[in-house]
Design a protein around this ligand. Structure first.
Ligand code: ADP
Ligand SMILES: N[C@@H](CCOP(=O)(O)O)C(=O)O
Length: 321
């Protein structure tokens, strides 16, 4: 459930007077999502998504996120477009929260993606990386290698509650990654959370990407590794090489990976598995029972992390070398 903040109809109507958004016909909260409160608005014009930014989002990051959607959209990527207020600003305020209106994207996310969908996601990710060139704002990735140790230290003392032996296991991953993390690969704007719930399809056709609220500047191939983790494993924990091949072929049909990027895929994938393990572990240990939000299983990402540890060649992801 992700409606943390309620809105009063009169406040919403007042908020909409700042925009050329038509007359409000109806609105309802959207249950999906984790970070922010989202509402679907029907107006006498186009449908819109209203997002109220909650505590975990830094207000100072919002110009980056909203400006990025504008930049990508102007370069032909299908993603939500922020609607400017009459005064030109992209951000307003509602119910005591920073708030924005963005265009509604048709489609739905796939509960059971197949290899052909992974290919489309690979293409769209590469198209996003290309379209992101020239975006002038910068946002370092707080959830990349430099942030992992601090994040781990918040959960470390209780990690063995989730699985015995975790403390030692994760410490050795942190040490390995600190020693082998690549430093000079191509970098740019990455989505950083392109999971199935953030990609919409109409039938088998990808209709757009949403949820740019982890986007930042980082290694482009790191974003590829996030997608391999999020899309190419089966529910039983097995890596699906057919999906991996399709994802990587799709990506490379738009933006070929360089040899150093290919060589770094195992370490990047190990790092991105650790990243999602760490945030899930922290949420698992700190979200109170009965909270409205569904906690995501950290052990799913521990299993992926273990898989990447034993990779001996990037070919095992489905690349033909
Ligand atoms: N532009 C959009 N068009 C259509 N639906 C959207 C759009 N943005 C968000 N949604 C809906 O809201 C849900 C939560 O959005 P998301 O940005 O993933 O939230 P959070 O950042 O809180 O995880 C999505 O799963 C989708 O159903
Ligand atoms: N994709 C992350 C959690 C972030 O959720 P989102 O709803 O903002 O995509 C995970 O699976 O751990």
């Amino acid at each position: 459930m992700a409606v943390y903040t309620d809105i009063a109809e009169d406040d919403l109507k007042w908020f909409l007077t700042e925009y050329d958004a038509g007359t409000l016909l109806s609105y309802k909260g959207i249950a999906e999502g984790v970070e922010n409160s989202n509402f679907l608005l029907h107006t006498s014009k186009d449908p819109l998504i209203l997002t109220l930014y909650e505590k975990r989002v830094e207000k100072s990051d919002l110009p980056f996120f909203l400006g990025l959607m504008q930049h990508l959209s102007a370069r032909g990527l299908s993603c939500p477009l922020p609607l400017p207020r009459r005064d030109g600003a992209l951000l307003g305020s509602l119910s005591g929260r920073p708030a924005a209106l963005i265009s509604f994207l048709e489609g739905m996310w796939l509960r059971k993606p197949e290899a052909k969908h992974c290919r489309e996601v690979g293409r769209a990710l590469a198209a996003m990386h290309v379209a992101g060139e020239g975006f002038e704002l910068k946002r370092p990735n707080a959830l990349s290698i430099d942030g992992w140790r601090a994040l781990w230290e918040k959960s470390e003392d209780r990690a063995d509650e989730v699985e015995r032996g975790l403390q030692n296991e994760v410490r050795s991953d942190l040490n390995f990654l600190a020693a082998y993390w690549p430093k000079s690969l191509p970098a740019g704007v990455i989505h950083a959370d392109l999971f199935p719930d953030n990609v919409f399809f109409l039938g088998d056709e990808l209709s757009g990407l949403i949820d740019f609220y982890f986007a930042c500047n980082d290694l482009l191939a790191y974003d590829v590794s996030i997608c391999l983790n999020a899309w190419c494993f089966e529910k039983d924990g097995a890596y699906n090489i057919t999906k991996g091949t399709a994802m990587l072929e799709g990506y490379q049909s738009v933006r070929p990976l360089s040899d150093p990027e290919i060589a770094a895929l195992p370490v990047l994938s190990r790092g991105s598995a650790l990243r999602f393990f760490l945030t899930r572990l922290y949420d698992w240990l700190t979200t109170p029972e009965g909270a409205m939000v569904t906690k995501k299983d950290p052990l799913e990402y521990l299993r992926k992390l273990r898989f990447h540890r034993q990779i001996s060649s990037p070919a095992e992801y489905g690349l033909s070398l």
